[in-house]
Design a protein around this ligand. Structure first.
Ligand code: NAI
Length: 243
């Protein structure tokens, strides 16, 4: 089995790559800028006994995505599992949000999932097998002040997940989404301490989540134990949303 994880040079993507490698999946590690950290993760995966490679591409660019998939295929084979993980934030209140901040977030968080899914589906449909896992967010379920662009992209990915699941279930392909809550990574590191405190108060389990906890849920959707589950959104959020 070969899994391609987008935006995997750090954070949740890194944890997903290592969880796959521990479970015997070969891994294609996509990164945009940080080749050094991607190579480090690749070495860690190889040390776990699987094949792995790093592949540079801005997944918000449809041409680069086409090239990414052909390079992965030439080097490691056809992708069986795709994890659309790459994501960015450009937070601001709605009235102050610039069109470029709106577009950048939609491009990386939503358009990229469309480009990568379309590219992955060709071989998956031929093989009558595939697993696609999209990393959404609780913000896509309940919204968040200051994140209109981000929450729109994540709500979009949830609708996309359900439509793709309906289109491809007859081909043995499942498409599910994970909605992480507040997870300790570089993305959340930049939040002010008072903001972190107020988020913490809204988490019934009383703590911030770990990237590894998201990776375990991704592994479930990528493996055989979830064969009868498609079009679902699983919140990994310490009970934050319960919707
Ligand atoms: P992160 O900022 O640590 O990692 C995001 C990764 O995506 C980085 O490696 C970055 O280089 C990569 N990336 C960004 N733009 C890219 C592009 N155009 N092409 C290829 N790679 C690109 O963030 P984190 O926390 O690991 O986030 C991973 C996913 O989880 C994202 O989709 C994020 O929206 C989602 N998420 C994170 C939460 C959190 O609390 N950390 C909560 C809910 C969702």
């Amino acid at each position: 089995m070969l899994a391609l994880v987008t935006g995997a040079s750090r954070g949740i993507g890194r944890a997903i790559v290592l969880e796959f490698a521990r479970n015997g999946f070969d891994v294609a590690i996509n990164y945009n800028r940080s080749s050094e950290s991607a190579q480090k993760i690749c070495d860690e995966a190889v040390a776990l006994g699987v094949k792995a490679g790093i592949f540079q591409a801005d997944v918000g660019d449809s041409e680069q995505v086409k090239e990414l998939f052909s390079k992965v295929k030439a080097s490691l084979g056809a992708v069986n599992v795709l994890v659309n993980n790459a994501g960015i934030t450009r937070d601001n209140l709605l009235m102050r949000m610039k069109p470029e901040d709106w577009n950048a977030v939609i491009s990386t968080n939503l358009n990229a999932a469309f480009y990568c899914t379309q590219a992955a589906l060709r071989d998956m449909a031929k093989a009558h097998y595939g697993r696609i896992v999209n990393i959404a967010s609780v913000v896509g379920l309940v919204g968040n002040a200051g994140q209109a662009n981000y929450s729109a992209s994540k709500a979009g990915i949830i609708g996309f997940t359900k439509s793709a699941a309906r289109e491809y279930s007859a081909r043995g392909i499942t498409v599910n989404a994970i909605a992480p809550g507040f997870i300790e990574t570089d993305m959340t590191e930049i939040l002010k301490p008072e903001m972190k405190d107020s988020i913490l108060k809204s988490i019934p389990l009383g703590r911030i989540g770990k990237a590894e906890e998201v990776a375990k849920a991704v592994m479930f959707f990528a493996g055989e134990d979830s064969a009868y589950i498609t079009g679902q959104v699983l919140a990994v959020d310490g009970g934050m949303t319960m919707c």
